[in-house]
Every structure is written in C-alpha cells, then in structure tokens.
Design a protein around this ligand. Sequence first.
Ligand code: PRP
Ligand code: URA
Length: 208
Amino acid sequence: MALTVIEHPLIQHKLSILRDKSTPTKLFKELVDEIAMLMAFEATRDLPLEDVTIETPLETMHARRLSGYEPVLVPILRAGLGMVDGIRALMPSARVGHIGLYRDHETLQPVEYYFKVPPDLAQRDVFVLDPMLATGGSAVDAIANLKAAGARRIRFMCLVAAPEGAEKLVTAHPDVPVFAAALDRQLNENGYILPGLGDAGDRLFGTR
Ligand code: PRP
Ligand code: URA
C-alpha cells in the first residue's frame, strides 16, 4: 500500500488538539495549516532538483534548486482549502487549482461542482489536499479528473484516513503516494471516520 503515515511527534501532538471537540474554529484552522506544513516537508522529499552556480559573498559554488515548473496544490473544496496556506508558506510559488466536490449525504457519492487547474499539468507535481479520506470516493474522483486533465505526478495529502478510504484510493490509483497524519479505526454508518475529528469543513469554517 502506497500509504505513508507521518508519525512525527509534533504532528501527533497537534493532531490530538485538532481532534478534541472543544477546540475552537480559529485554533482548528491554525492547526490544520501547521500540520499540513509539517507533512509537506515529507511529501515533497522527492521533488526534482537541478544544479545551479551561485556566488556567495565569498566564492562561486554549485548549489541545488527545485527544477521545472512550479508545483500545484489542488484542495478539494471546501475542507481542503484549510491546508493551502500552511503548505504555501513552504512553497510560495506553488500554483493553486481547485476541485469542488461534496458528498451526497444519502449515497455518500461525490458530486462535482467546480474544476479549475493551471495549464501544463503534465509537467507539474500535483498535491491533492483534503483533511479527510473517508470512503475515498472524493479523492478517487478528484484524482481521476486531474489525470484526465493531464496530470501525471500526483500525491495525495490528508490529515486523517479511514482504512476503507486508504484501500480504495491506493487500489484505484496505485501510482499516487498517499500521505496521512493518522490512519484511524473505521467508518461509522454515516461515512464518518472513527475516532476522527468530526466534519472538517464545518469545524474549519464554523458552519455548524
Ligand atoms: C468531506 C471531506 C472530503 C470528503 C471525504 O467533504 O472534506 O472531501 O468528505 O469523504 P469521502 O472520502 O467519503 O469521499 P464534504 O463532502 O463533507 O464537503 P465539504 O468539504 O464541502 O464540507
Ligand atoms: N468528512 C469529514 O469531514 N469527516 C469525516 O469523518 C468523514 C468525511
């Protein structure tokens, strides 16, 4: 399974506060950004570098910089938006695409309502962002649509994954590395992750 659970102590500490039902909206958003930023350090580990020659104040040296087109962050609306600022703090030149999807409450099937991504997707490293990987339907659909738009190098980043969703995603898209801060126990009958953190979109945007 191409799933990496990032068990860094700072991430686990912040995640425990995030899960707590008494954590207010402002802190929730800050923690999502911080965890996403820390996870990005691991998820970007294999970005390609190129050699460059630079002048330090003392001499000429050969150094390395990120090569090629700027990466693209693609949050799945709404909750994926919460991860963008934290990762952009590390990669300020990253482009940002958007995929609008919501889960139908009856069927749990994803319904797409928006798709806007930068050109030249085939040349770019694409990071799909969504805090929650539950049944996996939203992630599988989003990635299929990105591939149809030309994306070739895709990574998926979430905060909490359910075993059901992780299995579905790596089976549907075995070429896509999946990064999570936690792999939880199971889904409940409504498709919510247990123990989870509740409805990520509602907690981020204060809509409940
Ligand atoms: C949540 C979450 C994911 C999706 C995960 O979004 O942010 O996008 O559910 O569920 P799945 O793996 O079973 O597809 P939701 O549909 O609640 O929309 P929202 O972000 O607009 O609240
Ligand atoms: N979406 C959420 O926001 N939370 C879950 O537990 C499952 C799907």
